[in-house]
Design a protein around this ligand. Structure first.
Ligand SMILES: [Zn+2]
Length: 163
């Protein structure tokens, strides 16, 4: 998780969204990535996708563990299911909890370390980049922004999504 946080901090230095991920096999990091939504102007370049891209292309992912500084979104959860990754460890799930059940329904073990450091990293980024963040949110499926029970929440209060 320390390496994933380092990736997130690298992204922050680049002016990007501070989300990092690493893929581990037999205790060794075989891929690293960070969200490059801002750096590359690519809304699909999430930390987990970048990480999988940077990991080896052959050999399968069945014995790997994906570490991410926050709970993967549906895009990344789909990739995790697609490639047969069996375990996901996250730093926090406050900002994007929805896809956890989806991964678990596919037999993936999801571990939430609930780290203050990871939560604060995102909270600070969102509060300092509110306009940009709202732009990102406007790209998303509105159903994801208003989970049942919080329908009265205004968009600008919402942190439960990915850029
Ligand atoms: Zn994602």
């Amino acid at each position: 998780m320390r390496a994933a946080i380092e990736e997130a901090l690298k992204g922050l230095k680049e002016g990007g969204v501070p989300i990092g991920a690493v893929l581990v096999e037999d205790g060794k990091i075989i891929g690293r990535g960070r969200n490059k939504r801002v750096q590359q102007g690519d809304q699909l370049m999430h930390a987990e996708i970048d990480c999988l891209r940077n990991a080896r292309l052959t050999g399968g992912y069945h014995n790997t563990i994906l570490y991410s500084t926050l709970m993967p979104c549906y895009l990344c959860a789909g990739a995790i299911v697609q490639f047969g990754i069996k375990k996901v460890v996250v730093g926090e799930s406050n900002s994007a909890p929805e896809a956890s059940d989806f991964m678990e329904s596919h037999g993936i073990e999801v571990v939430n370390l609930d780290m203050k450091e990871c939560r604060e990293l995102m909270e600070r980024y969102i509060s300092e980049n509110r306009t940009l963040w709202n732009e990102f949110l406007s790209e998303l499926n509105p159903d994801l922004l208003m989970p049942s029970g919080v329908k009265s929440k205004s968009l600008s209060d919402n942190t439960s999504a990915y850029p």
